[in-house]
Design a protein around this ligand. Structure first.
Ligand code: SF4
Ligand code: SF4
Length: 423
């Protein structure tokens, strides 16, 4: 990593503890990523980003703040980036994906909270993540109980705005979400001091749609018989997408898609012929949570798709760009976001439909349904997901895990047996 100590110090970070994190990350990345063979050359961009993950982008954000722009930290794919960008704000993802942050989260949260929430709270309170220090405002949502209560704790330490998610998807719920988006827009305008106009919103809707299309292009290549990119690399692209500038994200994803499309034409695969194709579904995998993908792809499988918030839920479906008034545009935003199928909704049959559709489109041999420990929502929904898959004749393995390595060998044994069974 380049030397960003002065910047971290000015951000009020715990430098000593942060050094411990910086010491392990390169080794973890090297073991999981750089050990792969025949990676697409375009992954050099994401390798560079990870190599300086607490330096390059945070420094960019600070430069923008000096020009008067505000940074909004978000934790969920339901928070509409379009609104923030239309007011000249910047969005950065804040979900924590490392065990490193969990103990600081456990200092204030019950142990029986999902690791994603514990890591997110710990990253702030432990002062070991620059993104959590930089954000001018956090934007939470009332998706799950753990998050709802965590916002109250984080809200004592940093300005926090919470969007109230409906729990169902009836027409009146979509309207309610539209009102919630409008309320959020008013808060963003107040924070940035900028007015959202239909022209600005049309522009930001287009920017985020282009980003979605670029990410979707990369995923499209994973449907081919030859697998041009590992699941691990695709996951890394998705994880960084939450932090990066959206236009650069689209540019880099399109560059990668160009290379992958050529690989498909040339019959270049990163896995030997016959490698079992796996769809991963379930809870999100925030950076640097690469655990499951790494185990699958070193156990004879290839992850070809993720039906998660760090996968298809992030980019599928576009916001309608034909609206010309703010009302039409907010409605279009609300409708697109309510088309994301998180387990926090009831009923949530559309998610099951998505999984069955994706299993077919990506020609998968089996599905791994992953649940982060203590996530009651996805754990419970696992019953209907796994039942539907079995009924459709698609082999499925349900697993529960966290960010530690304690269960890695046990998981490997189960996943190896599952993949062998597919053969
Ligand atoms: S799983 Fe649900 S709560 Fe978590 S990021 Fe996705 S949509 Fe938001
Ligand atoms: S994984 Fe589950 S418990 Fe954790 S934040 Fe997401 S919805 Fe909430």
């Amino acid at each position: 990593m380049a030397n960003y100590r002065e910047m971290w110090e000015q951000l009020g970070m715990d430098l000593e503890n942060h050094d411990n994190l910086c010491a392990v990350l390169p080794t973890a990345f090297g073991d999981v990523y750089l050990s792969q063979e025949n990676r697409p050359e375009s992954m050099d961009f994401w390798d560079m980003v990870v190599a300086d993950i607490h330096g390059i982008r945070p420094a960019e954000l600070i430069e923008e703040q000096k020009k008067g722009r505000k940074v909004f930290g978000t934790f969920c794919v339901y928070v509409p980036d379009e609104v923030v960008i239309a007011a000249d704000g910047i969005v950065t993802g804040l979900c924590g994906g490392s065990q490193f942050w969990v103990p600081d989260g456990e200092a204030v949260l019950p142990k029986s909270t999902c690791p994603l929430i514990k890591a997110s709270v710990g990253a702030r309170l432990g002062k070991t993540c620059p993104f959590f220090r930089i954000a001018d405002m956090y934007v939470g949502e009332t998706t799950c109980d753990g998050k709802k209560k965590a916002w109250e704790i984080l809200g004592k330490d940093v300005p926090m705005y919470v969007m109230d998610m409906p729990q169902m998807k009836r027409a009146k719920d979509v309207t309610k979400w539209m009102e919630e988006v409008e309320d959020f827009a008013a808060v963003v305008e107040k924070t940035t001091g900028k007015t959202i106009t239909p022209e600005k919103l049309a522009e930001s809707i287009h920017i985020i749609n282009e980003k979605r299309k670029a990410l979707a292009r990369v995923y499209e290549t994973r449907k081919a018989d030859v697998i041009p990119i590992s699941g691990k690399d695709a996951l890394l692209m998705m994880q960084i997408a939450f932090f990066d500038d959206p236009e650069r994200c689209a540019q880099m994803a399109n560059r990668l898609a160009d290379e992958l499309e050529q690989r498909v034409k040339d019959g270049v695969s990163v896995f030997p012929a016959g490698t079992k194709r796996i769809l991963v579904t379930g809870t999100p995998m925030a950076i640097p949570n690469w655990k499951l993908h790494h185990i699958i792809e070193t156990s004879g499988g290839a992850v070809v798709c993720e039906e998660t918030c760090t996968g298809t839920r992030y980019f599928e479906n576009l916001v309608d760009e034909t609206g010309t008034t703010l009302e039409e545009q907010y409605r279009a935003i609300a409708e697109r976001y309510m088309g994301i199928h998180c387990a926090c909704f009831t009923p949530n049959t559309e998610r099951v439909d998505d999984i069955l559709r994706l299993a077919k489109e990506y020609k998968v041999d089996g599905v791994i349904d992953v649940n982060l420990k203590f996530c009651c929502l996805y754990d419970t929904e696992g019953y209907v997901v796994e039942k539907a898959l079995k009924e459709a004749g698609i082999p499925v393995l349900g697993i529960e895990t966290d960010y530690t390595d304690a269960d890695a060998e046990q998981l490997r044994t189960r996943i190896e047996a599952f993949i062998e069974m597919l053969g």
